[in-house]
Design a protein around this ligand. Structure first.
Ligand SMILES: C[S@@+](CC[C@H](N)C(=O)[O-])C[C@H]1O[C@@H](n2cnc3c(N)ncnc32)[C@H](O)[C@@H]1O
Length: 235
C-alpha cells in the first residue's frame, strides 16, 4: 500500500469510523468538537469537493445580480468549519451568510474566517424547530450533513419552512453502500414535499464527494465516493 493510500485510509477512518458511526446524533456532534482541530486536513486528504460543486450549482441557477447582491441572505445548515461559506465568497457571493451547527468547536473555526454574519449553536432534531422565523432566507444549503447519525431527513420540512418563496434549497447526501436506507427515507420526504406543493425540483444529480470510497474496505477498487445533490425551489 503506498503512503498516500495509507494517509487516505487514516483520514477516512477518522471521518467515518471514529466520529460518526454511532447511531446517536448527540454523540456525533460532541465528537465533532474534538474533530474540529483536524477536520479540514482530512477533507483535503479525501479531496472533498462538494462545497465547490454546490457553489457552482447556485451560480448557475441564480441570476448574477442576486448571487452577487449584498442583501441576499443564505443559511448554511450544519455549517461546520465554514467550507461552504469560503467557497461562496471565492465565487463572488456577496450576501449575508448565517450558519447553524451543533458543534461549537466546528463553528469557532468558521467564525475565525470572518465570513459568516451569525453562527448559532443548534442541535438539529425532527421534533425541534430551528430558532429561525418562517420564510427568512433567500437560499439554504446543507452539505455533507444529512446522513445516518447526523441530521435526520425530517429536517427537510424545516429547511422549507425557513426559506422564502422562490428561494433555493440545496442539500447533499452521501450515495454509497452504507447510506442507502437513509436515502430511501429522504427521497420519500423529498417527494412528499414536491407532491404537497411545498417545493419544485430545479435539479438533482450525482457528483464526487471524495476521491475514493472505502466503505467496503481498503481492498476495494479505487473509485470515487459519490454524493447526490438536490436543488429545490420553495413555492
Ligand atoms: C461532515 S460535517 C460537514 C460540515 C460542513 N457542512 C462541510 O461541508 O464541511 C457534518 C457537520 O454536521 C454537524 N451535525 C451533524 N449532526 C448534527 C445535528 N443533529 N445537529 C446539528 N449539527 C449536526 C456536525 O457538527 C458537523 O459540523
Amino acid at each position: 500500500m503506498d503512503v498516500d493510500c495509507q494517509e487516505y485510509i487514516t483520514s477516512w477512518n477518522r471521518m467515518y469510523n471514529e466520529h460518526v458511526t454511532v447511531d446517536d446524533a448527540c454523540a456525533v456532534v460532541t465528537n465533532y468538537d474534538e474533530y474540529a482541530k483536524i477536520y479540514e486536513r482530512d477533507c483535503s486528504t479525501l479531496k472533498f469537493s462538494l462545497p465547490n460543486a454546490v457553489t457552482q450549482l447556485l451560480k448557475e441557477n441564480m441570476p448574477k445580480s442576486v448571487f452577487e447582491s449584498e442583501t441576499v441572505a443564505l443559511l448554511d445548515v450544519a455549517a461546520g468549519t465554514g467550507l461552504m461559506g469560503e467557497s461562496l465568497r471565492r465565487a463572488g457571493f456577496n450576501g449575508f451568510i448565517d450558519g447553524v451547527d451543533g458543534s461549537q468547536e466546528m463553528m469557532n473555526k468558521a467564525q475565525a474566517k470572518c465570513i459568516y454574519r451569525k453562527l448559532n449553536k443548534v442541535f438539529l432534531a425532527p421534533d425541534t424547530p430551528m430558532p429561525v422565523p418562517n420564510e427568512h432566507y433567500d437560499v439554504l444549503t446543507c452539505i455533507a450533513a444529512l446522513s445516518q447519525g447526523h441530521v435526520k431527513p425530517e429536517l427537510l420540512t424545516e429547511f422549507a419552512r425557513v426559506t422564502k418563496s422562490g428561494g433555493l434549497i440545496v442539500f447533499t447526501v452521501r450515495n454509497n453502500l452504507t447510506n442507502q436506507k437513509y436515502i430511501e427515507t429522504l427521497n420519500s420526504i423529498v417527494q412528499y414535499l414536491e407532491g404537497d406543493g411545498t417545493w419544485e425540483k430545479v435539479k438533482c444529480f450525482s457528483t464526487e464527494q471524495y476521491g475514493i470510497d472505502l466503505a467496503s474496505g481498503p481492498s476495494q477498487k479505487k473509485s470515487p465516493m459519490y454524493s447526490l445533490v438536490y436543488c429545490y425551489r420553495k413555492l
